[in-house]
Design a protein. Structure first.
Length: 336
């Protein structure tokens, strides 16, 4: 009788353990199913957010491409207003701002920068080593002055063949893999050209006027040159104009007069500046200026209906006009 009871007891224990094990398996299975469901929902949500982000970016790019004022960009342009819309129950706030109207640290004469309060010899040594591809590469050298530096300087933009530093040209052409002999030949041609007070009127003139270089080589780099400045007078910050005033030795009131005028009227021809500032200052600053923008940063902020932030993105793009009325846009980099 006791043997039967013992067997029944063992059976009960086995049954209980089986129930416990099955319970654990069931609970884990439920948790796994729940986790899979949440992961699937997350992936669907992320895909939806990404699709909306891409749509918002395309809307911003189209807005820039449809800009009717192809010869100038000013504060009254439609793209400056940005975009506020809703896509698939996601709120989209898109802002477009000029991003390239700064001084290119690679192409300005380094001797002009010594008047800046944060300048030091170590910065000069780093710049002498070669082309700086991104301002962040100077962050360690600049230390606490980095913020002041990036408010006025950039590494974006093409080389102004009529005005930019020939030392900058050497670094620029080396970056594109041209040989030392080719670089010296181009540089010597430009030195002679500038000494004779001549300037290029068309990029197409390069293969004709630069002697000693084959047409193929010139054609390969020609699209990296421009004939005018990179700083849009209509949208440039006061900090950049003040920095130009310092490095170019402009009259104290020059930057104020430029800001006052451009705030009252969009400038579509730099010639009007002759009536605002001295002839000497005009000659100094004009080579750095233009009336249009080439580089923009697109800020995209996506929120749900409860105003919770889903994603924030910053994209730098370049807009060019290979044809007079036909724009071309390229994504340069994502800032975040």
């Amino acid at each position: 009788m006791s043997i039967i009871k013992n067997e029944e007891g063992y059976t009960l224990i086995i049954v209980i353990w089986a129930v416990v094990i099955l319970s654990f398996i069931f609970i884990n299975l439920v948790d796994e199913i729940s986790l899979d469901r949440h992961l699937a929902e997350y992936e669907i949500g992320e895909k939806k957010i990404r699709q909306v982000e891409i749509s918002a970016l395309n809307m911003a790019i189209n807005k820039l491409r449809q800009d009717e004022t192809t010869t100038y960009d000013g504060p009254d342009d439609e793209w400056v207003e940005g975009i506020l819309t809703e896509i698939n129950d996601i709120n989209c706030q898109v802002m477009i701002t000029d991003y390239g109207s700064k001084i290119n640290i690679n192409f300005i004469d380094i001797d002009l920068l010594t008047e800046l309060p944060w300048w030091n010899e170590e910065i000069s040594e780093v710049l002498d080593e070669g082309l700086i591809s991104d301002p962040v590469l100077l962050k360690d050298v600049l230390g606490d002055n980095y913020k002041s530096f990036i408010s006025s300087f950039t590494t974006l933009g093409k080389f102004n063949i009529n005005n930019d530093s020939l030392a900058g040209l050497t670094k620029f052409l080396s970056f594109y893999g041209l040989s030392e002999d080719v670089i010296n030949t181009i540089e010597n041609n430009l030195k002679k050209f500038r000494k004779e007070k001549k300037s290029f009127q068309n990029i197409e003139d390069l293969p004709i006027k630069i002697k000693g270089i084959d047409y193929t080589t010139i054609e390969k780099i020609a699209n990296q040159f421009i004939l005018e400045g990179r700083i849009n007078i209509n949208l440039v910050s006061e900090e950049v104009l003040d920095t130009l005033k310092t490095v170019l030795g402009l009259n104290e009131k020059t930057s104020e007069e430029l800001i006052t005028y451009r705030n009252s009227e969009t400038i579509d021809d730099l010639g009007v500046l002759k009536d605002l500032i001295s002839e000497e200052d005009y000659k100094k600053i004009k080579p750095y200026l233009t009336t249009s923008s080439s580089f923009f940063v697109i800020n995209i902020k996506l929120t749900d209906m409860a105003d919770n932030i889903l994603r924030e993105t910053e994209v730098v793009i370049e807009r060019e006009y290979p044809e007079e009325d036909e724009s071309q846009v390229e994504i340069i980099k994502y800032l975040k």
